[in-house]
Design a protein around this ligand. Structure first.
Ligand code: HEC
Length: 122
């Protein structure tokens, strides 16, 4: 027998589904934005300019002073360590010929976070 209670369950489920779509969507979009922004700053010759020393994805005319940035998530599972290297690589590798982007305020903290997001897609 159908009761008003049964009906309201369907309405509730539909409402929960609709709510989940609205709640999940902005988070996904934010992550995509971070990756896109990170790539932009990394490739920008007047910002990160990572390409002048690293081969990265489809970047044009990469330099080879630094190692190719590939398989980043597998090689650097600790996100904080990867971030620290971009902030100031000389703390872990004193001889590294790479600018300390965070310490010298060449790249903002937010942009460094975005670059890490981007590197994790490589
Ligand atoms: C002036 C050249 C130069 C620029 C510009 C540069 N790097 Fe580097 N980078 C290096 C060198 C050289 C190393 C290797 C250091 C070592 O192992 O001693 C390195 C190492 C790294 C590593 C460790 C990679 C590995 O496989 O060990 C990461 C990650 C990295 N760089 C990210 C970046 C990012 C992101 C940017 C741009 C924001 C950037 N680098 C810009 C020269 C550069």
């Amino acid at each position: 027998m159908r009761t008003p209670f049964n009906h309201s369950i369907y309405v509730l489920l539909a409402a929960m589904f609709a709510a989940s779509v609205f709640v999940v969507q902005p988070v996904v979009l934010a992550d995509e934005n971070a990756v896109e922004q990170g790539k932009k700053v990394a490739f920008d010759r007047r910002a990160g300019n990572c390409l002048s020393c690293h081969l990265m994805e489809d970047g044009e005319a990469p330099g080879n002073l630094g190692p190719p940035l590939v398989a980043m998530k597998a090689r650097f599972p600790d996100r904080q360590k990867l971030r620290d290297m971009i902030w100031d690589i000389t703390t872990s590798r004193p001889e590294a010929m790479m600018p300390p982007f965070g310490r010298h305020k060449v790249i903002s903290e937010q942009d460094i976070d975005n670059i890490v997001e981007y590197l994790y897609t490589l």
